[in-house]
Design a protein around this ligand. Sequence first.
Ligand code: SAM
Length: 286
Amino acid sequence: MANLGIPANTIAILNKYKFVFQKKYGQNFLIDTHVLERIIDESGITKEDMVLEIGPGIGTMTQYLCENAREVVAVEIDKMLIPILTDDTLKAYDNVTILNEDILKCDINKIVNEKNSGKPIKVVANLPYYITTPIIMGLFENEVPIDSITIMVQKEVADRMQSGPGSKDYGALSLAVQYYSEPKVVANVPPNCFMPRPNVGSAVIRLTRHKDCPVKPKNDKLMFKIIRAAFNQRRKTLINSLNNSPEVPVTKEQVSMALEEMGLSQTIRGEALTLEQFATLSDLLS
Ligand code: SAM
């Protein structure tokens, strides 16, 4: 089977099927074998694993996944890509299921139950950048059984996922990702590794799911409402941003008392709080 990580092979497939790139689907196909090998290495997949791939494209990374995993499920929204995958690039593999669906509407828990008896899977993908956050949050919030997620994302988003208080990149996404997993950027990838080239730098990040979340708020939904409210108006004091938020029904006085109990300044902004402090604040306000 021709390795699509070699640009000439990708071009041959695109020409054979007269494929037209759909910008709206974030289609930037990988054309670099070193990057592909790195993703596979860093994902730590073995012949025991079931892997979910989001957006296989023409099957470039799927070929590597089929070689290295027990079973692969690849979810692709663009129907024009399905015959390329089934009749051509993945034809040789009997351990792959291709689903022509929107990943955001897909019942992933059902797939994991059917294909992996509900046991934790690994997610590996070169993500469509326009829906990076909903995809990751969907996997976590729907409690899909997961070992790790190894994904190509926009470099700036990778930085946001692993930053902490005091950094301009720190925000609601950092806290959500770090609540559920341990993030680690494992490679930076320049635009020339893709066809067509994206306008932004990319990075591969591995999110290893925590066995136990590092904090245990009484009500994690409330904690995330507080986090979102704090960062929606990140230049305002925490007291003001929570008071202004319709999502968090608390008074200025209540927030003020909670901050005092935590030994924090009355003028502190949300961007200065750690995940642990958000959990404590949420418990005090609940
Ligand atoms: N995995 C391929 C590669 O590395 O060359 C393609 C990656 S490309 C960045 C993203 C892929 O996700 C495209 O094939 C695109 O059609 C697909 N995609 C976009 N939105 C999607 C969605 N909502 N559900 C499933 N697939 C989607």
